[in-house]
Design a protein around this ligand. Structure first.
Ligand SMILES: [Cu+2]
Length: 239
């Protein structure tokens, strides 16, 4: 639910941003939408083994499932979609931060996008020590111990990169991925596999879909003034 909310917020922010840059409301922008499917039998989601930290086990009395393959009725969640080619001009960095929580010794959301320079507020909702460690190649790494419940830190990435991996040095099962872009045209597929990228001017674009285990795919998409183009993707695991 939170993921969907974030996607919706990003879409609204993108639409709002473009409206402010473009004087003509008639050209408030088109959109690309679609659905991500998983081709084949969905792998079973495995229970995450948290025995290394009793506080993590306590926080999840019913256990937690891994988030690498989240397939609901053939729909694939946690795919990052972004416009790879065709965006021009400068795009204002949103003032609103993106939020990432450490809750029950998992990152929420698991996959998220931010703009270069946009603040990411990282929170610790757990009564245990987390150490959030980013592993970008294009920006400076950060490696921050967060020992207290309720603690938050603010971070930014300085260069585009799809994707930046985040991990916890205390809990090896914890990972998240952040797509860093110099424009606001990105989204993450929701629980029903759908996504929407809004606020795009008319034009030809290449959109890329990224999944942490199944790699990337691209499609060329033509967006008309204020129109909606569709780009569906289907992922099949190798082998
Ligand atoms: Cu941790």
């Amino acid at each position: 639910m939170k993921m969907r909310l974030l996607v919706a917020v990003a879409a609204v922010a993108a639409a709002g941003l473009f409206t402010t840059l473009d004087a003509s409301p008639a050209q408030a922008g088109g959109e690309i939408k679609g659905k991500i499917s998983f081709d084949g039998a969905a792998p079973a989601r495995r229970a995450v083994k948290m025995a290394a930290d009793p506080k993590c086990e306590e926080a999840n009395p019913d256990g937690r499932l891994g988030e690498v393959f989240v397939v609901n009725d053939g729909a694939l969640q946690n795919v990052f979609l972004y416009v790879k080619e065709g965006v021009s001009g400068e795009h204002e960095t949103p003032a609103e931060p993106v939020e990432m929580d450490q809750n029950g010794c998992m990152y929420t959301p698991h996959v998220v996008g931010v703009m270069v320079g946009q603040t990411i507020v990282i929170k610790n909702s757990d009564s245990t020590l987390h150490n959030v460690h980013s592993l970008p190649e294009n920006s400076k790494q950060f490696n921050s111990a967060m020992p207290m419940k309720g603690m938050t830190i603010k971070k930014k990435f300085t260069s585009p990169e799809v994707m930046v991996r985040m991990k916890c040095d205390v809990h090896p099962w914890m990972s998240a991925y952040v797509g860093v872009l110099d424009h606001p045209f990105f989204a993450t597929s929701a629980a029903d596999g759908t996504y929407t990228i809004s606020g795009l001017p008319a034009g030809e674009y290449t959109i890329e879909a990224w999944h942490e285990k199944m790699g990337t795919q691209t499609q060329k998409v033509t967006v008309s003034d204020g129109g909606a183009a569709t780009a569906d993707f289907s992922f099949k695991p190798a082998g």
